[in-house]
Design a protein around this ligand. Sequence first.
Ligand code: TMP
Length: 212
Amino acid sequence: MARGRFITFEGGEGTGKSTQVGLLATALRDAGIDVLETREPGGAQGAEEIRRLLVEGDVGRWEAMSEALLHYAARREHMAKTVLPALDAGRWVLCDRFADSTTAYQGFGHGLDRAALDQLHRLVVGEFVPDLTLILDLPVELGLERATARPGSETRYERMDVDFHRRLRDGFLDIAGREPGRCAVIDASGTVDAVHASVRALVGERLGVPLG
Ligand code: TMP
């Protein structure tokens, strides 16, 4: 059986990733593809438990490297228990955030050394890379406005200062510039339908799947 494809969605707060994951999943299922929707941090039982430690509570509760280690612990669980088994079973996996979020948030945002993060990445993730990464890009103020309008307790990152969010936005654009073959940047300031049209077009073009 052919291995499934791994598509990741990345971007800052309030960029509409989760909505776009759901819409792409529906479009792929309509095209007869078996799809798994998942997210990071989370997507496996232990990883969801770690998620709560990361997204709730005081902004300053973790030292930056501890925070990166928690994200990578969650990622390892998620890959081992959810992502890799699904891909091996031929399913396509759509993931709301993956390792580029650690580079952007903990690297560019918190200022952790890139080489140290790369070492951690190799140790935990190895050579595994997404087939396609869609980076939803939005001005920071607009994204934070959208994000803070949502109810819920998962607000730890939203409460970090605006310069942190500016740095991680630049981080995502830097990643996209370094790896244009894997990544595509999508302007997320349009309507949900307009962004979805860009997502469909990119998936069609890059992964060779006709989506109507
Ligand atoms: P979400 O709200 O998009 O589900 O993501 C949860 C938060 O976790 C979000 O604010 C970004 C943050 N995050 C990191 O800081 N590093 C990571 O590696 C990941 C996956 C998420």
